[in-house]
Design a protein around this ligand. Sequence first.
Ligand code: ADP
Ligand code: 5GP
Length: 202
Amino acid sequence: MKQGKVFVISGPSGVGKGTVCRLLMEKYPFLAGTTVSVTTRSPRPGEVDGVHYYFRSEEAFDEMVKQGLFLETVDKFTYRYGTLFSEVERILAEGKNVILEIEMKGGKNVKARIPEAVLIFILPPSLEALTERIVGRGSETEEEIRRRQSEVEEEFDQADGYEYFVVNDVLEDAVEKVKSIILAEGMKDSLASVKKNYFGRN
Ligand code: ADP
Ligand code: 5GP
């Protein structure tokens, strides 16, 4: 069986990455799985340890870095975030594609280590719609909202190297677009490997 691929999904805070990924998993549970990252930030209301993140102290995070457990880590908003190798391997072992919902620096670090990884950037229909979504989510303080807003343009600047740009306007459409990318990428191959499959030689 062909092994799954790694897909990085990034985009400005509040654009709907989490929502798109959740619905994709719900509708197509056999297509892909999302990893659970480690973070040093505190859980928001409703967030559960081991489900949304592994919430860990700075010290525990440092220890995990020392042990070489991370595919990539990043420092953002004074917090630390990291993708565990074990999470990626768990999903590949289930025969699924892997979705990493991480920010752009991390995405590019993943691409440097796994060149076949595919980088997808989720766009809002407009900057106004983005602000409305962040405010509507109601999970950040006003100060946090302002800080995240001031970083939006910078976030776009950081998306060089991203290969697919998906506008999250109608949610269901965005989910279908991401699904199409995953399916199309799964059909990419070389003639040599196809021939090997059929004839046992290149
Ligand atoms: P992110 O993970 O990118 O930070 P979220 O998934 O938390 O963003 O979404 C931010 C807010 O926008 C949530 O309240 C969510 O319900 C809403 N949202 C997501 N996608 C859409 C969409 N296509 N249309 C309208 N609202 C959306
Ligand atoms: P939040 O605090 O809103 O959950 O996440 C803040 C940002 O960190 C988001 O852009 C999210 O995608 C990103 N993020 C979450 N986990 C990871 C991770 O493991 N690695 C990297 N590089 N970014 C992450």
